[in-house]
Design a protein around this ligand. Structure first.
Ligand SMILES: *Cc1c(COP(=O)(O)O)cnc(C)c1O
Length: 355
């Protein structure tokens, strides 16, 4: 008897491998360094605002995200119509592909990069064109520009790149945008924007203002510490932001998440302080890793990349033993989030044994 069949590409969707939580242990405190989460609790005032909103859960959320859009527009200095929210910026990846790709259209992105890209591209029935990273983990923007064809609809630029860590510079991005045809949409995924400390850093807002085909993706999951609430947003010219809104899941961003995101925006001073502390910790750990002889790629996000090749599983197991859970990419390497000081110190100890 015939059974219902999903569309043919559904069977090709790669599985998302989420970062494992650590196992409880009697002998030592364990830490999760596998999902690039923020080790700090929510910002001051956020839990209180969220708790107050919980009481109205019998009501639908504001489908128009009115207060959130107003807060973001004010904070970023952009028109309200240039903002579109989603349930995490992962949802925005799906939205952009739904809105801009027909089946068979090509999406160019660096590889290895964010693992949600191939999942979303395949789900959309589009075709991934993966351009290898340079050996130091940077995007090869020249090769990405050369990979654009008549079928290309979207290019994703992940900066800083998850999982390797380096960012592109403004000069590199400008040169790249100069080569991309104006009908190809360039998504700049800035999930780790707040952690970037480098000369010639990308100014996303200035970049999108200068280009009709540039869309920024940002998230409350990383620096803002709201990963569990699922709020991300795009900033783009009105026709693009409008298309993202049009294909969004109705009532997607829930009422508590909207309130928590707004309260997080209002706590900007505390946010910047924490981000500075995490960046200082990242740089301390980076120096310690170099001291024990590890050459990790330049880390502009809240994570480090260890190119371990065949020793990836062994390294991940050694981290497990030390009570820290990292994110292995089989046969390639491990991504390790900057977490609590104690966790980071254990990472350095394990890494020292693997030089
Ligand atoms: C974490 C991450 C995101 C955002 O995830 P959401 O929690 O869905 O907002 C987007 N892009 C990259 C590269 C990421 O690492």
């Amino acid at each position: 008897m015939a059974s219902p069949q999903p569309r043919s590409h559904v069977l090709d969707i790669p599985a998302y491998v989420p970062g494992k939580p650590p196992a409880q242990r009697d002998d030592l405190v364990t830490y999760k360094l596998s999902s690039n989460e923020n080790p700090y609790p929510p910002l001051p005032g956020v839990v209180e605002a969220a708790q107050a909103a919980v009481g109205a859960m019998n009501r639908y959320p504001d489908m128009g995200n009115t207060a959130l859009y107003a807060g973001l527009a004010r904070r970023l200095g952009v028109p309200v119509e240039h903002v579109a929210a989603g349930t995490g910026s992962v949802a925005l990846i799906y939205q952009v592909l739904t809105a801009f790709c027909d089946p068979g259209d090509e999406v160019v992105y660096a590889w290895r990069s964010f693992e949600a890209y191939p999942i979303a591209v395949t789900s959309a029935g589009a075709v991934s064109v993966q351009v290898p990273l340079l050996p130091d983990g940077h995007h090869d923007l020249d090769a990405m520009a050369a990979a654009i064809t008549d079928r290309t609809k979207v290019v994703m630029v992940c900066t800083p790149n998850n999982p390797t860590g380096p960012s592109v510079t403004q000069t590199e991005l400008d040169a790249f945008l100069g080569k991309v045809p104006s009908h190809v949409l360039v998504v700049v995924d800035e999930a780790y924007l707040e952690f970037v400390r480098m000369p010639d850093a990308v100014d996303g807002i200035a970049t999108y203002r200068g280009h009709e085909n540039v869309c920024l993706f940002r998230t409350f999951s990383k620096a803002y510490g709201l990963a569990g609430f699922r709020v991300g947003y795009a900033v783009a010219p009105a026709p693009i932001a409008g298309a993202l809104r049009a294909v969004s899941l109705p009532f997607g961003v829930n009422a508590v998440a909207q309130v928590a995101a707004i309260a997080s925006l209002d706590a900007e001073a505390a946010l910047l302080e924490r981000v500075d502390d995490l960046v200082a910790e990242r740089d301390r750990v980076g120096a310690a890793l170099r001291e024990v002889g590890w050459q990790v790629p330049e880390a502009q996000g809240n994570f480090f990349w260890f190119a371990l090749g065949e020793r990836t599983a062994e390294f991940a197991a050694a981290c497990d033993d030390a009570g820290i859970v990292v994110r292995p990419f089989a046969g390639e390497g491990c991504r390790v989030t900057v977490g609590e000081t104690e966790a980071n110190d254990r990472l350095v100890q394990v890494a020292a044994r693997f030089v």
